[in-house]
Design a protein around this ligand. Sequence first.
Ligand SMILES: [Zn+2]
Length: 389
Amino acid sequence: MQERHVVKQDSDLMHQRNMKMIYRLIKSEGVTTKAKLTRITKLSPTSIGRIVGELIENQFVQEVGQEGSGVGRKATSLSLNPHRVLAVGVSVDRGLIQAGIVNVEGKLCASIERPIDDGIGQERLIERTVDLIQELMTRYRKMLDPALVGIGISVPGPVAWPEGIMQYSPQFRWGNCSFREALESQLKRPVLVENNVKAMAIAEHLFGEMKEYTDFIVFNVGSGVGAAVISRGKLCRGAGNFAGEIGHTIVDPHGPLCDCGRHGCFQTYVSMNSIQEHFHMPFSEVIARSAEDREIWAYLNQVTDRFAIMTANLVNYYDTKCVLFHGQMQQEWPELVEIVREKADKLVWKSLSREFQVLGADIKSEMAASAAVILSEFLEADNLEPVEM
Ligand SMILES: [Zn+2]
């Protein structure tokens, strides 16, 4: 009796895994047919027929027309039903919380936002975030039920994974906040909290320009500087999920004082904040004046030198194929990427990295990035259930 029970459990698990495998395959193929799925998976046509039938019955997959032309049997084309798997993505940043509903293909379906005070404390921030998510979930209850797999939240600064503890927030100037635990206990839904740059890298890999890349680095430059490394298709977290904090790489121990209390960190030379402070004017004005002001031009030349050196070093550290610039600096200074590409190209060790690229990212929704954190966990799990808490 006992043995039969175990066998039944095993076959259920196998069935769940196969369903999930086919679901992932249809996602990566875009549009496909049962014959193609049979060919790729080497499962029997009967098994594929049964699994696809079940996925269609539960609305995870839809029939989208016929493939083939001329005489002979036409095959039914299949694609994911993108609205059957949804996540709530929340971006928490200085001055603003945004919450949106994002489907499995990364499309933002609905969103709301609220301003928050600059000096907001931990408890009040938790309260405001919970309120906004509840408002979104109430307003779009019909759309979310039963498609919601969980809530993904991105915040600036280092976050312990998977505990979701904000170690320190440079934007709010406090730390050690158990954000995930507080939100999960109030929302009664699975919640994951991730650093915003890491969330962006996960999103780039899941449904962005970097879908085809297994090795790339997101280089985020705004008020601070951060990076996230995808290596062999996986986010590189390090022991405490703090890998990629390149803004605090020490360039010169006798250099300018950094927020972190040390001297000469990389970001004290190249972040938008440091450039604005150096010239006592907004970053956009620094860029506008750079063509005729020799001092500004020389300073920005040093900035791009430093970016190029860091880029070339990152290529050596991680054997990466692409460095993708994200963030406000490249939006306000579009030439940055081209200049760094040219300079870095002369610095990288060619025999190690023949196909290396430097690219600028399109502006992406922070909410889609936050949702990607939970969607990627959903896609990796063995079943089609909401992400486990
Ligand atoms: Zn620092």
